[in-house]
Design a binder for this molecule. Structure first.
Ligand code: GDP
Length: 448
């Protein structure tokens, strides 16, 4: 589905990689071409705008790694942007299965989107995880759809709710829920009726069923080949139903892919699965990194830039270790570490990992460093001038007032921070006198 976009982007990158040094203008131009490529792939304009703004920030911010070729840097920035656009900073979203079965999954979507097929695919997937699954069709207007679901159930090796002619959808939903409960099913999948276009009757029926069934997952199935219409459909459904996720079908088709790329950002809903064939096993769990990797086709470059970033961290850690070993610890170093600590489970967690630092640990906790304060402390340090950070001794009352105002805290808090810094510096000095053991290790963990 992303072939055209993939081709366009590789042309942009190829042109860049022919050159050695890239000026800011070159990078700007490359990002402009990435922008055009995304728009041509039918990605929604606001999504593209945000992508480019963030990419520019990354290209000029301190995240830029000098050690790698600028062209590779642009690939990595694009990769990171795609992953973020697809909601991939988090773990891939799994189905939310209730601890108190049966889990109820409701499928919604337009007729022809692949809803019934996807219900069957999900049933197979869950059946393979040894879940006892019941499929129920609520599509009372199309008996063929009910038959289709029953056939899919057989293929997936699961049960389907017996069809009772003439029963209304809400009643079928209730019957299915009772059956699932009484017969010990783990999962009940409700396949609702769709229409070919968005209409009020379909929406209110779906909303009523959602009210009755109170599903753990309400998945919207959308056909990625329908482009921006799929995005509009998702938005319209989301206004009426508490959707929990999206399934994009026909990802195996040759659509432009932009809808799939915009979907997450526009609706705020996670894409949970991609339909990748007509067959019953044609359903992939959605993985933003994999999709971004497939679009760019530059996995080795991305890995290379990530490695370079790690090397830089290691070099920084080394430099910090040297300073610490000499008993140096200024506010600049403290600020860097506060940031790192936040990512590592706080001071306690960090210190607990180190051998022989019980004394330091005690001093630090006595000094009152808690994770809650880390943000404010960083704000205080960043309100200081460079000279002040290097030499906190020069901080007299008027400077402290200025810093407190800049960070939005009381002067007392600035004083507290300075006291903590002094205690930490003393602790580090003391450790350095012990022969500096464990410093390299500690600095590496703190990541500088
Ligand atoms: P519904 O009306 O939304 O229930 O749609 P169906 O489940 O009946 O699917 C409509 C058609 O799309 C069927 O021919 C399916 O085989 C096909 N289909 C569904 N999902 C996919 C997919 O991911 N890839 C492809 N290629 N075809 C699909």
């Amino acid at each position: 589905m992303f072939d055209a976009l993939s081709d366009r982007l590789s042309t942009v990158f190829d042109r860049l990689s022919g050159r050695g040094v890239l000026s800011d203008k070159d990078i700007d131009e490359a990002l402009r071409e990435v922008r055009v490529a995304l728009l041509e792939a039918d990605v929604a304009l606001p999504v593209v705008r945000e992508f480019i703004a963030k990419a520019k920030e990354r290209a000029t911010g301190e995240a830029v790694i000098r050690a790698v070729k600028p062209a590779d840097q642009v690939v990595k920035i694009t990769y990171d942007g795609l992953v973020e656009m697809l909601g991939g900073d988090k773990e891939p979203e799994a189905l939310n299965l209730s601890l108190n079965p049966p889990t109820i999954i409701m499928m919604a979507g337009l007729q022809g989107s692949g809803k019934t097929t996807t219900a069957g695919k999900l049933a197979l997937r869950l059946q393979k995880e040894r879940k006892k699954v019941l499929l129920a069709s609520l599509d009372t207007r199309r008996p063929a759809a009910m038959e289709q679901l029953a056939t899919l159930a057989t293929q997936a090796g699961v049960e389907s709710l017996p069809i009772v002619a003439g029963q209304a959808a809400p009643d079928i939903a209730k019957r299915a829920m009772t059956a699932a409960k009484l017969q010990g099913y783990d999962v009940l999948i409700l396949d609702t009726a769709g229409r070919t276009t968005l209409d009020e009757a379909m929406m209110s029926e779906a909303a009523e069923i959602a009210r009755i069934a109170n599903p753990h997952e309400t998945l919207l199935v959308a056909d990625s080949l329908t482009g921006q219409d799929a995005v509009r459909t998702a938005k319209a459904f989301h206004e009426r139903l508490p959707l929990t996720g999206l399934v994009l079908t026909r990802a195996d088709g040759d659509g432009r892919g932009g809808a799939a790329l915009s979907m997450r950002a526009v609706t705020g809903l996670p894409i949970k699965f991609l339909g990748v064939s007509e067959k019953i096993d044609g359903l992939d769990a959605f993985d933003a990194h994999r999709v971004a990797g497939r679009i760019l086709g530059q996995g080795d470059v991305v890995a290379l830039v990530e490695k370079a970033a790690q090397d830089i961290d290691a070099a920084k850690a080394e430099a910090m270790a040297k300073k610490l070993a000499k008993g140096q610890f200024d506010l600049e170093m403290m600020s860097e570490q506060l940031g790192q600590m936040k990512r590592m489970g706080g001071m306690e967690g960090l210190m607990g990992l180190l051998p022989g630092v019980q004394k330091v640990k005690k001093q630090i906790s006595e000094a009152g460093i808690s994770d809650k304060m880390l943000d404010r402390q960083q704000a205080i340090i960043s309100s200081m001038t460079k000279a002040e950070r290097k030499k906190p001794d020069i901080l007299q009352a008027s400077r402290k007032r200025r810093i407190a105002a800049g960070a939005g805290v009381e002067v007392a808090e600035v004083n507290r921070l300075l006291k903590q810094h002094r205690q930490m510096a003393d602790a580090f000095k003391m450790m350095s006198r012990d022969g500096g053991k464990g410093f390299a290790q500690m600095a590496r963990m703190m990541g500088a």
